[in-house]
Design a protein around this ligand. Sequence first.
Ligand SMILES: C[S@@+](CC[C@H](N)C(=O)[O-])C[C@H]1O[C@@H](n2cnc3c(N)ncnc32)[C@H](O)[C@@H]1O
Length: 240
Amino acid sequence: MNSGFLRTLLDDASRPFYGSGRFAYHYSRGKLSSDCIFREVLKRGIFPAEARFLDLGCGQGSLFAWLLAARKLYEQGQWPSDWAAPPKPLSLRGVELMQKDVERAARAFGPDHPVVSIRQGDMCETDFGRADVVTILDALHYIDHARQRDVLARIRAALPPGGLFLTRVGDAGAGLQYHLCNWVDHAVTFVRGHRLPALYGRKLAEWVDLLRSLGFRVESLPMSEGKPFANIMLVARVPV
Ligand SMILES: C[S@@+](CC[C@H](N)C(=O)[O-])C[C@H]1O[C@@H](n2cnc3c(N)ncnc32)[C@H](O)[C@@H]1O
């Protein structure tokens, strides 16, 4: 793969966080460079050509910075020929529980950004409105099983036919790799200045059954490349 292109994409996506402080900048840069999911969703063309996005548990908005940088490079004609065209984001709405992260996002994107708005809130309580794509990356396991079901049902209701729900979860049936993943989760949460949370996992088959019972068509893909984790990306689509 074109390492020069990936470097440019990473530089452009991390740049907005420069003004949010050293932690925000290095956190996003580290995450976007080392976590395969950001690269894979673009490369595989998972998202529709244009979409209203809603990211629940969005942190400081790293995914949004990544999507904006990708689209800009594409429009400038700097895009690998073997990657799908990146989506054109019509709106990028984020909901994040932690005020510190919301403030970092606000400094990165500014108050009058044409498409990005990130607000403090609990995904278990906020109104989702309408969206074409809803994402939850590594955040569903912070809420208990009953709330997970409720959030997923409300996501299904917020999406139109053809809409996409993309999430990454741990496979609680994967043994040591799953426990290692949770241990790292605790460590990172602590470093980010938050209290240690209780975690609510499910086995992969249970996640898939739950999503199917809510009317999604579900595809699962391993998504821990280079790390000894049991992370799975679930691509859940509303039938047309
Ligand atoms: C592991 S981080 C991932 C952040 C982001 N999705 C990313 O990929 O960079 C999980 C995030 O979910 C947030 N979170 C946890 N429970 C939440 C809730 N009930 N509502 C909204 N955000 C929540 C946490 O504060 C944290 O920022």
